[in-house]
Write a protein that binds this ligand. Structure first.
Ligand code: UT7
Length: 377
């Protein structure tokens, strides 16, 4: 079918409109009447074109920062009735970091961003968006993102905190992907950062041994080839009272809860929810990305408990040595566990360019989010 002038003008407009190289070639070869004929007959053609023409997002650098002070399991033996054996066997945790009294989430984020910039020689001046996943901000207002904007002097950056607890970092990546795909932003810092020690009830032995402090950050930029693939996002708000941190309201879902502005959880219930539902979503993410599970190089679920990772491994028949975790040396750092695990994976030389990775965050809300990506460096 010969190309007419209209076809060529249409093709050129598409090339400028859709910036992805593969699709540029596709659209150059697609006369408009063919496009509209397909469109008329099936929604699949335009849907496929929209999917494949979306500008991809990719992670181009990573950084991390944790407080200097280490609290090992022995430390807890001195403040509550517990022991190292119980903590190791029930959670896998050996140590966690605890922030100084005058050290806050924004300070850890600044440290993580400096680590990223120094390691990957990235100029952060033209960062145009800061997304911070946290449930332990320095204060609710100003946001941690605004504090980072000020402390790092990022003059052109939008700033937004995102509250999705342990699913926060994965949610942040999904949001960043949307901003990149929309073409409105090109250089986004996504943080997962917590100072949970400030909101931990150290009289509650069922939870205080779990939590730690730390921050991880990634730089998300437009990319081709390597980049973000399928994702899932969701929530089961009916389980809100199973894991919470009160502020103003003393009831959740009509249930009166412990209102001391500290984290509380029904560990057994959250455990059961995590091990039964996360494998389903992980399979779903792989499917949406066109991958089979045995093609996946690394699985990075939220590091809440080593036994949860083991249960997911069993359920998916996916080897535990292909998991990246941060639970053993940092404890449960909520939104920071996934970026800390990725950072450890890179530092250990495990995570390499081109690797297929699935991240899966889950926790308070109850909220969950996960996505697949090709590691790009
Ligand atoms: O990050 C957000 C998502 N969070 C999660 O995914 C957390 C999910 N839950 C968990 O990781 C686990 O449920 C916990 C680590 C919180 C608890 O482990 P568990 O195996 O579920 O313990 P349990 O609550 O069933 O308690 C077993 C026993 C109890 O004693 P009895 O009733 O059997 O006599 C507890 O009182 O262990 C006792 N216990 C402790 N013993 C020593 C609870 N905490 C401690 C402790 N030291 N720190």
């Amino acid at each position: 079918m010969p190309f007419s002038l209209v076809d060529i003008v249409f093709g050129i407009s598409c090339v400028f409109f859709f910036q992805t190289k593969i699709i540029q070639i596709g659209l150059w070869a697609l006369p408009p009447r063919l496009f509209f004929e397909f469109h008329h007959e099936s929604w699949l053609c335009p849907a496929a074109i929209v999917f494949f023409t979306m500008q991809k997002a990719t992670i181009t650098a990573i950084g991390a920062h944790v407080p200097e002070r280490i609290a090992d399991n022995k430390y807890f033996e001195s403040i509550i009735e517990t022991n190292d054996e119980w903590i190791r066997s029930r959670t896998g945790i050996q140590e966690r970091r605890i922030a100084r009294e005058d050290e806050f989430t924004s300070d850890l984020c600044v440290g993580a961003a400096r680590d990223l910039a120094a390691t990957y020689h990235k100029d952060l001046e033209d960062v145009d968006f800061i997304l911070v996943a946290t449930v332990s901000p320095d204060q609710p207002m100003p946001s941690v993102a605004c504090q980072i904007q000020y402390k790092l002097g990022l003059k052109h950056a939008g700033a937004l905190d995102l509250a999705a607890a342990c699913a926060g970092f994965a949610y942040g990546l999904v949001v960043a992907q949307g901003l990149i795909a929309a073409g409105t932003h090109k250089k986004i810092l996504v943080f997962g950062a917590e100072t949970l020690s400030k909101i931990t009830d150290y009289e509650d032995r069922t939870s205080c041994v779990l939590f730690g402090d730390g921050a991880g950050v990634v730089l998300v930029e437009p990319g081709e080839g390597d980049g973000f693939m399928g994702c899932v996002t969701g929530a089961e708000g009916s389980g809100g009272q199973d894991l919470y941190l009160t502020s103003q309201n003393t009831t959740i879902n009509g249930e009166t809860v412990i209102a001391n502005n500290k984290i509380h959880q029904n560990g057994r219930r959250v455990f059961k929810w995590a091990v039964t539902t996360m494998p389903v979503y992980i399979r779903d993410i792989a499917k949406r990305s066109g991958w089979s599970l045995d093609q996946v190089d690394w699985l990075v679920p939220h590091s809440a408990n080593m036994r949860i990772l083991e249960a997911i491994s069993d359920n998916l028949d996916f080897p535990l040595d292909k998991f990246l975790e941060s639970i053993v040396w940092f404890g449960n750092t909520s939104s920071a566990t996934i970026p800390l695990a990725l950072h450890q994976g890179v530092k250990a030389g495990k995570l390499k360019k081109g690797d297929k990775v699935i991240l899966m965050g889950f926790g308070g809300g109850l909220a969950y989010a996960g996505l697949a990506l090709r590691w790009a460096f």
